[in-house]
Design a protein around this ligand. Structure first.
Ligand SMILES: C[S@@+](CC[C@H](N)C(=O)[O-])C[C@H]1O[C@@H](n2cnc3c(N)ncnc32)[C@H](O)[C@@H]1O
Length: 183
């Protein structure tokens, strides 16, 4: 039934969700392949939805790592709050306010970032502001992994991070393009 809940909520909010299906397990696994779970103190997830990638991250994380997950939809945040794990910090706010929450929770740097925010669908200046915030706080060499359903926004990541590697994952609805960058 998780799929139906995601479909129902996404269809009401197509402008900010940009899909009607949660990520497949193939996408989830690929999205976390460059996260340095061994050394990470703080991982940030942007656009967590109802938590499908969140659960994969938590499963791979050590006991002393924190995961701060940003999601703007209240209904998805309610689902995220149902995940019973004190390593997870759910932030019901736009990723643009990242800096405020890092300060609030006592972090000055992010180890790695996993993002499914549909930057293709957002105003370009908002997308850039969010990505520049990420670039400001991510550690040098930290991994930034981004989910998309096209390569249309690739140039934004090139502008902010420089080199971008792209991987196509056909086993997802719709098929996904994953962009990988370094801080
Ligand atoms: C493509 S869905 C991905 C959901 C889930 N991570 C998955 O992979 O199935 C994108 C999510 O980003 C959220 N989102 C969009 N703009 C956002 C923003 N500015 N800050 C935080 N989350 C945002 C949407 O509400 C939506 O849940």
């Amino acid at each position: 039934m998780k799929g139906y809940f995601f479909f129902k909520e996404s269809i009401k909010n197509m402008k900010t969700s940009a899909t009607i299906t949660r990520s497949s397990k193939f996408v989830c696994k690929k999205m976390i392949q460059y996260v340095d779970f061994e050394h990470a103190d703080l991982i940030i997830e942007l656009g967590a939805g109802d938590g499908v990638i969140t659960e994969h991250i938590l499963e791979a994380m050590g006991p002393n790592t924190k995961l701060m997950a940003f999601e703007i939809l209240d209904s998805f945040c309610e689902k995220l709050h149902e995940i019973d794990d004190d390593r997870l910090i759910v932030i019901n706010d736009t990723a643009e306010n990242l800096g405020k929450y890092l300060e609030q929770y006592g972090f000055s740097q992010i180890h790695d970032v996993v993002s499914a925010i549909p930057f293709v669908a957002l105003p370009k200046d908002l997308s850039k502001r969010i990505l520049k915030k990420v670039k400001q706080y991510i550690r040098p060499g930290g991994s930034y992994s981004q989910l998309h359903y096209s390569t249309l926004a690739k140039n934004i990541y090139e502008e902010v991070f420089g080199k971008v590697e792209t991987e196509f994952v056909p086993l997802n609805i719709p098929p996904a393009f994953l962009h990988f960058c370094k801080g």
